[in-house]
Design a protein around this ligand. Sequence first.
Ligand code: NAD
Length: 243
Amino acid sequence: MTLKILLNGCNGRMGRAISGIASQQGAEIAFPVDVGDDPAAGIEGCDVVVDFSLPTATLSLIQLASGANKPVVIGTTGHTPEQREQILIEASSLPVVWANNFSVGVNLLFYLTQKAASILDSSYNPEIVEMHHRHKVDAPSGTAVRLLEIVRRARALEPGCEQHGREGVTGARPEGQIGVHALRGGDVVGEHTVHFAGEGERIELSHRASDRSIFAQGALRAAHWVLSQPPGLYDMQDVLGLK
Ligand code: NAD
């Protein structure tokens, strides 16, 4: 059976990447939606709703999906904590895959970062560096935020231990801090490195995306997977069986 998708944000970079490979992955974009279109007009004919748009566009889409009882895949990043909370309330009766990064390699990076942060003691200072194209509107990336959370939890540090960038007379780096740095420029699809800098050695775990199709493939894999799941909130680690 061909999976019928309502694709929100169909004219964007990710929307075009998903449309470009859908047929190779047993799916079709049955109802493409972009700004100004009415998703309600086509949702009934779709099996699943996929969102790669803007943080402000997700909530009304989820309300619609909830009313029509359609499972959802959310790829949009940059939601505020309030937006996220509202979306989760509206989505509570649906199976939802919500991932800031749908690439298999990045999900492996999450796994390896968790291992490294647990094995290396606090004398190995973690610094997270990400780089994206100049059009990206949110910083740090959702993936960098996830890496931050993984290191923070593995090290049992309090929320707020992160330091976004540095400037001026900062003093010595305190232990228990996690540095986060966002670089922007050109056409970089997405790069993330977690440094663990110790005395006499440094470990770096890096992922570099060179083609948006890795996210599109993961999102389509999640769209197939979510169809047979009970209501609940899932991420790409669930889809890949990494938990
Ligand atoms: P983009 O700016 O190229 O595309 C966004 C699209 O959404 C545009 O076509 C825009 O017109 C449309 N849009 C805006 N408001 C809308 C609305 N109210 N309803 C419907 N469509 C609307 O951005 P992009 O690079 O395609 O990325 C989209 C989102 O996906 C961003 O939040 C980005 O960070 C995220 N992203 C996630 C992953 C992942 O793996 N989860 C990977 C890449 C990008």
